[in-house]
Write a protein that binds this ligand. Structure first.
Ligand code: NI
Length: 135
């Protein structure tokens, strides 16, 4: 077994509540184990593309809160820096606050990953999922 490190972190209450609910339904009895598994899944999802080379095509699905100050402007600005990568995008106003954007991408794996990282790390962006295939 690897060395254990104890950390403390903050969560929005509703996020933690939802996490506890879904992990209890799945059969988790330990919150630490559930969080460790979620972190492992996050790492494997984000690690593979960094190690890939070559051309890919696919879509980025992004869910964000458009009421977070400056966010919409920032997300547009980032996309304008990747015009060579983005072939099309669609915006759906989901609720009074939430927006869904579907962004079609085509290009180098490392660039698609860089775009995903830039979008997903902004405050107010809730989910960025990437679905791609090698071309
Ligand atoms: Ni919208």
């Amino acid at each position: 077994m690897s060395k254990i490190t104890r950390i403390s972190m903050t969560f929005p209450s509703d996020l933690l509540e939802e996490f506890d609910k879904i992990t209890a339904e799945m059969g988790y009895t330990s919150r630490s184990k559930a969080i460790q598994d979620a972190v492992r899944s996050f790492i494997s999802e984000h690690k593979w593309l960094r190690e890939e080379e070559g051309s890919y095509a696919g879509v980025l699905m992004m869910l964000y809160d458009h009421e977070v100050k400056g966010l919409e402007h920032e997300l547009t600005h980032i996309q304008h820096e990747y015009t060579h990568l983005i072939s099309s995008s669609m915006h759906v106003h989901l609720t009074d606050r939430d927006c869904l954007e579907v962004i079609a991408v085509r290009g180098e794996a490392s660039e698609i990953k860089a775009l995903q990282d830039q979008l997903s790390t902004k405050r107010g962006v809730k989910i960025v999922k990437l679905l791609i295939t090698a071309i």
